[in-house]
Design a protein around this ligand. Structure first.
Ligand code: ADP
Ligand code: MG
Length: 710
């Protein structure tokens, strides 16, 4: 139900939000009388529950200076509305004093389906309609959030007195945002709100139009999450014994795969194959049922028909099973109602029995430390990235492509339909897990309450970085609604904002997930944006400088003291040295090498971090010369990585290879070098742009984390 402008403003005014006073006239005479009372010039506007966009219906007349003009405007508004919105129920005409013109601002609120009340700020008029230059925050909005929201929009400069325009009262706008946030928190029945426009002045700000949409059924209070049973999911990763339901000697079956992975990845606990017919599977004694297994069973990998699961759960509870990974699919994802009912009955049973279930419809757990995997060729060594991945396919992607960048995992799971263990349980686990230093996630749909999720993200990011990619954001945003705010709050914008507010890093896709994780996994905190770089020849160096600068980084010129140092060392071209370091001016046997120069920059207080462009592909050499030359370069960078007092990483360009290239000596040498860098834990990025994006996130996160302490 929409409140009209008069009602909306009344509510806002009572909450201490500055609005242009507005009164309702139900006759022409009353309009004239009210105009005299509020003082000319005045503005007349239609008041009708059926007219949402008043101007479009010819329902707004501004700058009325006399009673005669008011009379005429009154009649024109009525006739225009009757014509443009036939049958509209007209309550009257709102009369207000014409506010002096100011910079037009929009402030609005919409309730996001996941995160609830979300505040929006932007420049009004064409800026909001055409350029969508707005910022969002999930409420409550703190004074700091409000300050950031205003500074975040691209048009912020317009507010600070751009090209002779008077600057606007930014503290007044900050105050208005905080007050609107408080107003929304206090009124959960408000579904949407638009203050459009707010006029911002050199002193103060006033909303001249206001629209509130009330929900007849206010949202139910959020349900508290129960973390008490979280300890139990430990047996997903470290069970003392595992039963494989559906274990098989048939190499085309999943039960075969899971058995093989347990054996090949070196799982140390007891393995109990369950198979109705075979007395053994892969040389291990098998049992026809769970009940017939003699010892304890901590964890079950379930790969038989989902329809058998309810009965199977009864034997699990008797056996004291703690966790189950339900690989089996054909549950709710099929859309079939009987499959949904089946899932619901499984869900009910596991909750009742206190068994924690992963899936169904998921690949399950990869935990190299305990010898768990769901794929034959995953690395067997452990790392410190924890990955929470809803989709099975993406979990394989992430492991494979991550491995190419030298990433290794503490734990990685695909969690599928999430009928019991959700992203909440897994994030909480990774947050508390000492083996996990960086958390990445790919989430298709939150199972938990959005606000609870944000609380948990906030808790997590106070300890370690959390990088998340959300699938399905583009479709959710396309909602047709009454307010600007709701239509601009495309779900990806709100998601990104909400995650950032909680200290998390939202990324676009799987590649970025890996790219940003690479930075956090290998690079210590970087404090500023000043870099020393180099490594390729002139052209590529120049382009890389452009790319760094476009991304907001600063290539600090080489201090003369460093040149003098190389002169002292006897470098031939000491006076030509600069930042970026130019590889093409190296002379064999000379004191100047790119790694040597980068090391001096690393020691200099003018630089925050160092990046070497390996540029292996940029050379004219034959095989022997190339191998010798590039190997000495790469070894130089590995040494630099060990000695550098500042964060250091490399760029090694990646190109898709066809089969002839894969067999060509050159590309094989490149691949070897990349592996060498990975083995030495030297971070490698595929391009300057990708490195810059990741480093920006690194700087952002440590700044955020630092700000928590103050
Ligand atoms: P709607 O958004 O429904 O079309 P508004 O109430 O926002 O109607 O009015 C349209 C425009 O008229 C506003 O963008 C603003 O520029 C101007 N306006 C409205 N009310 C006033 C006022 N009290 N003083 C000055 N200008 C106003
Ligand atoms: Mg308006």
């Amino acid at each position: 139900m929409f409140l009209n402008e008069v009602e909306s403003k009344k509510m806002l005014k009572a909450a201490g939000i500055a609005v242009a006073d507005t009164q309702l006239a139900t006759s022409e005479e009353e309009a004239i009388a009210l105009s005299k009372k509020v003082g000319f010039p005045v503005v007349l506007k239609i008041v009708s529950p059926d007219v949402v966009h008043k101007s479009d219906a010819g329902g707004v007349k501004v700058g009325l200076k006399t009673s005669a003009q008011v009379s005429k405007a009154y009649q024109e508004i009525i006739s225009s509305v009757n014509q443009k919105c036939p049958g509209a129920h007209i309550l009257g005409i709102a009369v207000q004093h014409m506010a002096p013109s100011g910079t037009e601002i929009i402030i609005g609120m919409t309730r996001d389906s996941q995160f609830g009340a979300t505040l929006m700020f932007g420049l009004g008029g064409i800026f909001v309609e055409l350029l969508k230059d707005v910022s969002f925050r999930v409420t409550p909005v703190s004074p700091k959030d409000a300050a950031d929201m205003i500074r975040e929009i691209k048009g912020y400069k317009m507010l600070t007195g751009f090209r002779g325009q008077p600057p606007v009262d930014i503290p007044a706008l900050e105050n208005m945002l905080v007050k609107v946030s408080q107003f929304i928190e206090a009124n959960p029945q408000i579904k949407e709100l638009d203050l459009n426009p707010v006029f911002a002045y050199t002193q103060g700000a006033t909303a001249v139009d206001a629209r509130i949409n009330i929900d007849e059924k206010p949202p139910v209070a959020k349900t508290a999450v129960n973390y008490q049973t979280l300890g139990k999911i430990n047996s997903l990763f470290y069970p003392e014994s595992v039963a494989v339901a559906g274990a098989s000697n048939n190499p085309t079956s999943r039960g075969y795969d899971f058995m093989q992975h347990l054996i090949n990845f070196g799982y140390k606990g007891k393995i109990y194959p369950i198979n109705l017919k075979s007395p053994e599977v892969m040389g291990i004694k098998a049992y026809p049922t769970l009940d017939s297994i003699p010892g304890n069973v901590d964890h079950v990998i379930y790969c038989i028909g989902l329809e058998n699961m309810p009965a199977f759960l009864d034997s699990c509870v008797k056996k004291g099973v703690k966790t189950i990974h339900a690989f089996s699919a054909r549950g709710a994802e099929t859309g079939r109602s009987d499959a949904k009912e089946l899932e619901a009955s499984i869900q009910k049973k596991v909750k009742e029995y206190g068994i924690r279930l992963l899936g169904p419809n998921c690949m399950g757990v990869y935990c190299p430390e305990s010898g768990f995997s769901f794929c034959a060729d995953f690395p067997t060594d452990k790392g410190s990235v924890g990955a929470i991945i809803q989709s099975g396919g993406s979990s394989t992607d992430i492991t494979r492509y991550g491995a190419l960048r030298g990433l290794r995992f503490s734990k990685l799971l695909s969690y599928g339909n999430a009928i019991d263990i959700t992203e909440m349980d897994l994030l909480k686990y990774m947050c508390d897990d000492p083996e996990t230093k960086v958390i990445i996630a790919f989430i298709e749909g939150l199972r938990g309450n959005g606000r609870d999720f944000l609380d948990l993200v906030r808790q997590t990011t106070a300890k370690k970085p959390f990088i998340v990619c959300k699938g399905g954001l583009s479709t959710a945003g396309a909602r047709a609604t009454m307010s600007h705010t709701a239509s601009l709050a495309g779900s990806s914008m709100v998601w990104n904002t909400a995650i950032r507010q909680a200290g998390g890093i939202p990324v676009r896709d799987i590649d970025d997930l890996i790219n940003v994780a690479t930075a956090f996994n290998f690079i210590p905190p970087i404090k500023g944006k000043r870099l020393g770089t180099g490594g390729s020849g002139g052209g590529r160096n120049t382009v890389s400088v452009d790319e760094w600068e476009t991304n907001g980084f600063e290539i600090v010129p080489l201090p003369q003291s460093i040149r003098e140092e190389f002169k002292k060392r006897g470098a031939m071209l000491w006076d030509c040295l600069d930042n970026p370091a130019d590889r093409s001016i190296t002379v064999p046997g000379d004191a100047f090498t790119v790694p040597a120069l980068l090391l001096e920059m690393a020691k200099d207080p003018n630089y925050d971090f160092i990046c070497a462009n390996i540029a292996a592909d940029d050379h004219p050499y034959n095989r022997e010369t190339f191998v010798e030359w590039i190997a000495s370069n790469v070894e130089g960078y590995i040494k630099l990585h060990k000695e550098s007092p500042k964060p250091f990483f490399t760029i090694f360009s990646e190109r898709p290879l066809g089969t002839p290239e894969m067999d060509h000596w050159f590309w094989r040498e490149c691949a070897k070098l990349r592996t060498r860098l990975n083995d030495e834990k030297v971070p490698v990025f595929p391009s300057v742009d990708k490195a810059a994006e990741a480093i920006k996130e690194l700087i952002w996160y440590y700044k955020y984390k630092g700000s928590l302490k103050t």
